[in-house]
Design a protein around this ligand. Structure first.
Ligand code: NA7
Length: 545
């Protein structure tokens, strides 16, 4: 009998975790607390996941820092002081490193190591995990904590290899930063990353040309330094506030104005939007009324408001027309939160090219060609997003029972039960996987809930000598249908977005996250209370019988 766990094992590790972002670090901490032997593999050279890689100028979280932080240890949340309402990337990375040191996580973290494959051995109930250093280890549990936005979408423009200047990706930014002084810079992509970096690059570069395919909605973040009084007020009620966020549909304190946008007069609506725009700002904007994400007509009212704002800010009417999303649905693509984005287009050194009708034709040695026109540039910045939610999971060649390939199983879109597990892959757990609230919630809260659920589940399995756990087919099918039914009650499926995978050429269009963190939590509790309803647990006596 191995003294690490009640189950006889010749595995190298009880659990192997992939990724040392916020999910992987907390997973390691929890499982070690339970006495398990864990190894975390991380392809980067440090902790922090998203915040390790996305170091582009202006990178900042769109969730308030007092909420976008761990809650598992009150001492940690009391001692850490967030300087700003929305933290910039360096501050979040500093926090991640602090956590790694404070909980002495580093001995079990193996950096610069990419997991290539993971193969389940049915007879031994073990996973074999192969890494790019030519080694392989075995583990009873295989946990993907690989994040939802961690594999870049890199458009393959013709001629890109011939470009003589510098090429950067916001999702893999040089650690020493980039000096754009005196350079002519092209920026491709106007999602959060493009919108956040535009004002910073424009300030430094000789000329910035933004190539926009789809206009995006963005609202002012209203970021500012936090005062001691504000921090202390939150800390004094942290427990209560954290409990409150657990009961919210987006796992965050959105200050919901619980009335329909259509139940008030046009003047009142404008007053409310104006107040949100100037006051709370950021993603709170979508809580200005309770039906903006559920009713297309209500959504139109907020869309019109933002379009008017863009026209009021941007002085050149031609640029304003390109920037303002006509017939757009606010929040359908994730709403962006900016500081001075639209204002940047009033600068003399900033141009805007609409590539919605004529896509980028090619990259030449000296620039970018669109519709027969050459735009000479020295540097190209790609802010073209991610192969979201499934990219990193399918980046590893995962083979379950009888050699079943996850890539093949998910060829027509991801299928999971609760975003936690998928049929045919016993003891494989996903932290914030497709089918869980993940990106439609405050990620730190979703990570907290999922990591606690997975670690509690592993304790349960070990205490009952369960060798293998996976969903029942009916439970998985039912959950996939449910995720789609709930999404269909919202405006999310009405546009192309990375929530649907439609930003990546060739990816199947399926809505991936679950809408409603609070209902999801309640569902998980029920499942557990009913003896892991919907999961098949293979016990040792059954296996050996
Ligand atoms: P996003 O939001 O996916 O934005 C990517 C942008 O890149 C978006 O404007 C895309 O246009 C554009 N894009 C992608 N491919 C191309 C090509 N081939 N040509 C021109 N433009 C292109 O990624 P971000 O990194 O900004 O943000 C991701 C999330 O991180 C964000 O939602 C926050 O949660 C944090 P499209 O709209 O597809 O037409």
């Amino acid at each position: 009998m191995d003294d690490r766990s009640p189950i006889t094992t010749r595995a190298d590790f009880d659990a192997v975790v992939v990724g040392a972002g916020f999910a992987g670090m907390f997973m390691l901490h929890r499982l070690r607390q339970q006495g398990l032997k864990v190894r975390v593999f991380e392809r980067g050279s440090g902790v922090g996941g998203t915040w390790f890689w996305n170091r582009y100028p202006g990178a900042r979280c769109d969730t308030e820092s007092m909420e976008y932080s761990y809650q598992f240890d009150d001492a940690l949340q009391q001692e850490w002081n967030w300087p700003e309402r929305y933290s910039a990337q360096p501050e979040i990375l500093k926090y991640a490193n602090h956590v790694a040191d404070r909980y002495q996580l580093r001995p079990d973290l193996q950096f610069n190591t990419q997991v290539l494959s993971a193969t389940y051995d049915d007879a031994r109930h073990l996973w074999t995990i192969a890494t790019n250093d030519g080694k392989a280890v075995s583990a009873r549990y295989f946990i993907m904590a690989t994040g939802t936005l961690s594999v870049a979408n890199k458009p393959k423009f013709a001629g890109l290899d011939s470009f003589k200047g510098r090429v950067f990706y916001t999702s893999d930014w040089p650690h020493d930063g980039v000096d754009f002084s005196g350079r002519r810079v092209a920026l491709i992509g106007t999602g959060s990353s493009g919108i956040q970096s535009t004002p910073h690059i424009a300030e430094q570069a000789a000329r910035l040309t933004v190539f926009q395919r789809t206009p995006n909605f963005s609202v002012p973040a209203r970021n500012r330094p936090l005062t001691d009084d504000e921090r202390n007020a939150t800390k004094a009620r942290y427990g209560e506030l954290r409990n409150f966020t657990y009961q919210q549909p987006f796992a965050t304190q959105f200050h919901l104005n619980d009335v329909s946008a259509l139940s008030v007069s046009a003047e009142e609506r404008r007053r409310v939007y104006e107040e949100r725009w100037n006051g709370l700002g950021g993603l709170h904007f979508m809580a200005a009324f309770n039906d903006l994400m559920f009713n297309g007509e209500a959504n139109k009212t907020v869309a019109e408001f933002i379009v008017d704002k863009i026209h009021a800010i941007v002085k050149d009417p031609k640029k304003a027309e390109i920037l303002a999303p006509r017939n757009g649905v606010v929040g359908c693509k994730r709403l962006c939160s900016d500081t001075g984005y639209f204002e940047t287009f009033n600068r003399d050194n900033v141009d805007l090219v609409d590539v919605s009708r004529s896509p980028i034709e090619e990259v030449t040695e000296t620039g970018i060609r669109v519709d027969g026109i050459d735009y000479p540039v020295d540097d190209i910045v790609f802010a073209t997003g991610f192969d979201a939610m499934t990219g990193a999971l399918l980046g590893v060649d995962i083979r379950g029972r009888n050699g079943l390939s996850l890539r093949e199983k998910w060829a027509a879109g991801p299928r999971t039960y609760l975003g936690l597990q998928t049929v045919g892959f016993p003891n494989l757990f996903m932290v914030t996987g497709p089918g869980s609230p993940s990106v439609l919630s405050n990620m730190m809260v979703s990570i907290d809930q999922h990591v606690n659920l997975i670690s509690d589940t592993i304790r349960y399995l070990d205490s009952r000598e369960v060798l293998a756990m996976e969903p029942e087919q009916a439970a998985e099918d039912g959950w996939v249908s449910h995720v789609n039914e709930v999404a269909d009650l919202t405006v999310y499926p009405t546009c192309n977005s990375w929530y649907l995978g439609s930003n990546v050429p060739g990816k199947t269009r399926v809505f991936m996250p679950y809408v409603g963190f609070n209902t999801y939590v309640a569902r998980c509790k029920d499942v557990v209370a009913n003896g892991y309803q919907g999961f098949r647990l293979e016990r040792r006596d059954a296996a050996t019988a």
